[in-house]
Design a protein. Structure first.
Length: 156
């Protein structure tokens, strides 16, 4: 049973935006789950884990970290970036490993993603929250500039 809110930190530096602004209906309409997104700065950088837990899924363009209480957070680096087949991404961690919030997971360059005609916007999703739990995820009031490791939202 969940005993405390889960603080989810920004995996990248940029501008925090609502999911409604993500240029993909699946994310924008909360079909994957509630959360927030980040329009990243267009410079090479590291993507960090949004929570402490186990990297249960790790692909060059996306990963899922599951907290001790079972809640999972998805970080998706850009829209339709699965089509890049890993080009422009460097995986820094191992699937199945334990990570701290703020630990580097992937290195990428959002400017390269954009140069290939794709959006570099990064959805950060509370997985398996279900439509009924959308209200349980309170997105940080301070939408705007965030640095990797800053609080992005709280999952109650």
């Amino acid at each position: 049973m969940r005993t405390r809110p889960l603080e989810v930190v920004a995996p990248v530096t940029g501008r925090a935006i609502s999911l409604a602004e993500v240029p993909d209906a699946v994310f924008a309409q909360n079909m994957v789950g509630p959360g927030a997104a980040i329009d990243p700065v267009r410079a090479p950088g590291e993507v960090v884990s949004p929570i402490a837990g186990i990297l249960v899924k790790l692909k060059p363009h996306a990963f899922v970290v599951t907290a001790e209480d079972g809640r999972g957070v998805l970080v998706h680096l850009g829209i339709d970036t699965v089509n890049l087949d890993g080009a422009g991404f460097a995986v820094l961690a191992e699937e199945g490993s334990e990570v701290a919030a703020g630990a580097p997971v992937i290195r990428w360059n959002p400017a390269e993603v954009e140069a290939r005609g794709l959006s570099p916007v990064c959805p950060v999703i509370a997985l398996d929250a279900g439509q009924a739990a959308v209200d349980a995820v309170s997105v940080s009031v301070a939408l705007g500039a965030v640095s990797a490791g800053d609080r992005l939202f709280t999952w109650a």
